[in-house]
Design a binder for this molecule. Structure first.
Ligand SMILES: Nc1ncnc2c1ncn2[C@@H]1O[C@H](COP(=O)(O)OP(=O)(O)O)[C@@H](O)[C@H]1O
Ligand SMILES: [Mg+2]
Length: 292
């Protein structure tokens, strides 16, 4: 057979099609939402408080069911029975915002082993996955520690390890950096970097536009007009969208705008997204900033 030359677009891992949702007796939180999470991406889900980020994540992970529209896993509609939901949960894991809503076992190790054990995996495989997840989140030394004696940042990482032990293709996290100090945030980002290098797709709901610009390659922005998706630098430079979603301008976007206004950065040139990027840019800038 002659191979076809038409490259096929990758099928998203999970996808919402025309999804609508309202809580009981409440107004519509989401309506007509189309959202595809493609393999290998780092996606920041942004939007105002109460904009529907958590609801969207719960629809994608099967915790809530769409009132209208549907959820697809690998292109096939998800069945909300035991088998269908188990299939979904082995591909997609959601880490909720408050680790205390997720952690319940006596020790970190026991908590992290809960998911894989529940899948009926052999003991040896469970041990391997737990060790791997603890290592990925840099909490191996905490395996035997009671979860209630951990710091908030450690509890966050333990909760994420529980999801990672399921070896999901898509790891979704609801405001994972909220409540972390700068050091805790950097440790979490290091862990996410390792997971992404291992091939995990990561979707993170956050209000932090600077973090989104620095970390994500794609953004999904919820505003009253609906959900917009696209390259993170492009969406976070869209003033109308930022206003509609009640988001601040990211630091990097503001700096790039100033540099462009002064003719120091070409329209199409990559913009500095962090102070470190700016430092590199200053070192290599062809145009001296101060001319004599
Ligand atoms: N369990 C619930 N019952 C009723 N309404 C809810 C519930 N959870 C959230 N909502 C409402 O749904 C809307 C979207 O909330 P949410 O998805 O939590 O937004 P976000 O995560 O962006 O802050 C809000 O108006 C919120 O008050
Ligand atoms: Mg929320």
């Amino acid at each position: 057979m002659i191979p076809t030359k038409v490259p096929s677009l990758p099928v998203p891992v999970v996808r919402l099609v025309g999804a609508g949702f309202a809580y009981e007796d409440g107004p519509a939180v989401l309506s007509g939402v189309d959202f595809a999470v493609a393999e290998g991406r780092a996606v920041a889900l942004l939007g105002r408080n109460g904009g529907g980020k958590t609801t969207l994540l719960r629809l994608l992970s099967g915790g809530l069911r769409c009132g209208s529209g549907s959820l697809l896993l690998d292109g096939a509609e998800v069945a909300y029975d035991r088998k269908g939901l188990t299939r979904l949960r082995t591909s997609v894991q959601l880490v909720v915002q408050d680790p205390d809503d997720q952690l319940f076992a006596a020790s970190v190790g026991q908590d992290v082993s809960f998911g894989p054990t529940n899948l009926g995996l052999p003991e040896e495989e469970v041990r391997l996955r737990v060790a791997e997840a603890l290592e990925a989140l840099d909490i191996t030394a905490l395996a035997d520690r009671p979860t209630h004696l951990l710091s908030y940042g450690q509890r966050k990482r333990a909760a994420i390890a529980g999801a990672v032990a399921m070896r999901p293709r898509v790891l979704m996290m609801d405001e994972p950096t909220a409540g972390l100090d700068p050091h805790g945030q950097e440790r979490l980002l290091d862990a996410l970097r390792r997971l992404r290098e291992a091939g995990t797709t990561v979707l993170m709901a956050t209000h932090d536009v600077d973090l989104a610009l620095r970390w994500a390659d794609e953004a999904a922005v919820l505003s009253p007009a609906g959900l917009r998706t696209g390259p993170v630098a492009e969406l976070l430079a869209d003033d109308a969208l930022l206003d509609a979603a009640r988001l601040r301008r990211p630091w990097g976007t503001a700096v790039a705008r100033l540099l462009r206004a002064r003719g120091l950065l070409d329209a199409g040139a990559p913009e500095p997204r962090t102070p470190e990027d700016l430092d590199v840019w200053l070192g290599s800038a062809a145009t001296p900033l101060v001319t004599e």
